[in-house]
Ligand binder design. Structure first.
Ligand code: HEC
Length: 201
């Protein structure tokens, strides 16, 4: 029953189904902060882990961009996977970022994320909603959260059209990411998704 409790629109706002608010209040009253429903707790942990990953990547990128796009690219190249591994280790949640046009094979999508990406296709992020649901899998129940990622102005220097990318960044991309498919985006495009999952026990 907790499948699809929340849906996130592409512009980052959460919209709750009206009935979900009632469920949340009842659950909250019944069990204090932590729910007694492992599905609800699993979804909350998955969502929180995405929030942490998002925040840490953003902080790192902002700090690095202050030193120019070449330096920022080096930092992303070295740190993005390390941050992801650390957040995953600390939260116990498997998580990542994936795209139909990946920069690195390290960001390959799990099947359930790939299915969502294929369903969306190449499009604008406006109106795209993520999900928060419990799936039955052959190895048991799994809490899964997915949040769409859109391209903003600040992304164009590393993911935009050729004329938005400096020669220095272009060289680094060619060197670091021989299979890079993550350029040529415009502001407002759907870039991919944050995803997180953990088994429910
Ligand atoms: C300074 C350059 C730079 C900027 C600016 C930048 N990115 Fe990236 N992005 C990268 C690099 C490098 C990677 C690959 C990191 C790795 O090796 O794990 C990446 C990977 C990603 C991925 C993971 C999927 C994939 O293709 O591997 C997503 C999603 C993404 N970026 C979205 C964004 C968004 C959205 C913005 C703007 C808010 C942004 N990026 C800004 C350099 C950048």
């Amino acid at each position: 029953m907790f499948a699809d409790v929340t849906r996130q629109s592409g512009d980052g706002r959460w919209a709750m189904q009206p009935w979900a608010a009632v469920v949340a209040i009842v659950v909250g009253l019944g069990a204090g902060c932590a729910s007694s429903d492992p599905g609800v707790n699993g979804l909350a942990s998955a969502k929180a882990a995405i929030g942490t990953l998002k925040m840490q990547l953003k902080q790192k990128l902002q700090m690095a961009m202050a030193e120019g796009p070449d330096k920022a690219l080096e930092v992303c190249a070295v740190e993005a996977q390390a941050i992801r591994a650390k957040v995953s280790h600390e939260s116990g949640v498997a998580l990542g970022r994936s795209s139909l046009r990946p920069r690195t094979p390290a960001d390959a999508a799990p099947d359930w994320v790939k299915a969502w990406l294929d369903e969306q296709g190449e499009r604008k992020v406006a109106g795209v909603v993520g999900f928060s649901r419990v799936d039955e899998t052959p190895s048991g129940k799994v809490a899964r959260v997915l949040e769409p990622i859109g391209i903003e102005k600040g992304c164009l220097g590393c993911h935009g059209p050729a004329d938005a990318i400096t020669p220095g960044v272009r060289d680094l991309l060619a060197k670091r990411y021989p299979t890079d498919a993550a350029i040529g985006y415009a502001e407002g495009d759907l870039r991919g998704a944050f995803w997180a999952e953990l088994p429910i026990r």
